[in-house]
Design a protein around this ligand. Sequence first.
Ligand SMILES: [Zn+2]
Length: 433
Amino acid sequence: MSTMIYNVTAVLMDPAHTVLPNAYVVVDGHKITDFGAQRPQGFTGKCIDGKGGILMPGLVNAHTHVPMTAMRGYGDGNNLQDWLNNFIFPVEAKWDDRAIRACAALGLAEMIASGVTCIADMYMHTDAVLREVESAGISANVSCGGVQFEEPFDPDKNHDCVVQRALTEKWHGRDDGRIQVDASIHGEYTSHAGLWDWMARYAADHGLGMHVHLSETQAEHEQCKARHGGKSPAAVLAEHGVFDVRAIAAHCVWTTEEDWAILARKGVSAIHNPMSNLKLGSGVAPVVDLKKAGVNVALGTDGVSSNNCTDFFGDMKLAAILQNGVRHDPLALTAWDALEMATVNGGKALGRKTGRIEKGYEADLILLDSEALNLIPCHDAANNLAYAAHGSNVVMNMARGKVIYKNGEFLTIDIEKVKKEVAGYALPLLFGR
Ligand SMILES: [Zn+2]
């Protein structure tokens, strides 16, 4: 059955930056089939009155580690190495599938409530994450974050190669493409050439995308150059074919002009995680330079452990204003640039037709309450969305044509059960309390 959402201001996220007042959007199955300003007569499907709210494409969180919601605020106030070695890694060693599922559901609920309809996730116990993604109803590109510390490399013995094969067979393309499995290299510094070659070949042979962390910290970037005769992580991974498929590279903080050329040539999308990069003291990614070099730049939250929340509108605002500050240029990035990073660019990065209100695109749509105090008045919808909106202004989340969140209520997640499971099982397991 068709559904029509009407009485909305529609922000299409098309190249012309169209904002349609008093608009309607029609959805059939999981696709957008019509939209415009003249509401069609004689429509017989289901009608949703948008009550004058702002309708925009669902947000694409293109880099996250959703179970890390459990580590919100844990170990904050330490330097990066102490934080990882004394707090994060010891907790991660305790995970089991049940705890992962509880914390993934909590993280997904937080994202859904603030308007995210599609994610790219990288984490261990990946099958358990995928079970929660499946029932939550959002779209996801999910990867296991391949690491290789052992030598010699044997794909039949490397844990993540074994997992990669099983995940691909079980999950890739499920629910008419809603769920996709990506290949992944956690990072140049957590693996060797054996894994890079194997993942690159595996992704190419199975039509998978690739998800990597790239040049997040100065130490990571410089140590790679010292190990590889002056070559950067981007250069080394490119040489091993890691970027010969559709690929996303998280962070790119310390990438240089030569790296930007590689990423642009290979069609790699850079995923900007400004909140995490600032909190961990990693630096500020050269977003304006990446864009100038022709690199598609999308937006991510990174894990909640380094953010510490997934109000994606907050990340969008930070992305929008951060470049202006460091470049002493109020026009370095515009509100539209930030909105594109959070929507259409994310769709491009993940190889999906999402992030735009356009016929044939996925019916990933969110509605914001234009009566919220922080959205009054509205001189310009884009400026309000990029600089003034909160995740809590989202009153409806429609993922692939299905309403999964409405007026504070989750329709695919039993949130009280999830909270109980987090408090009663996951937190005692991970933190002993
Ligand atoms: Zn990350």
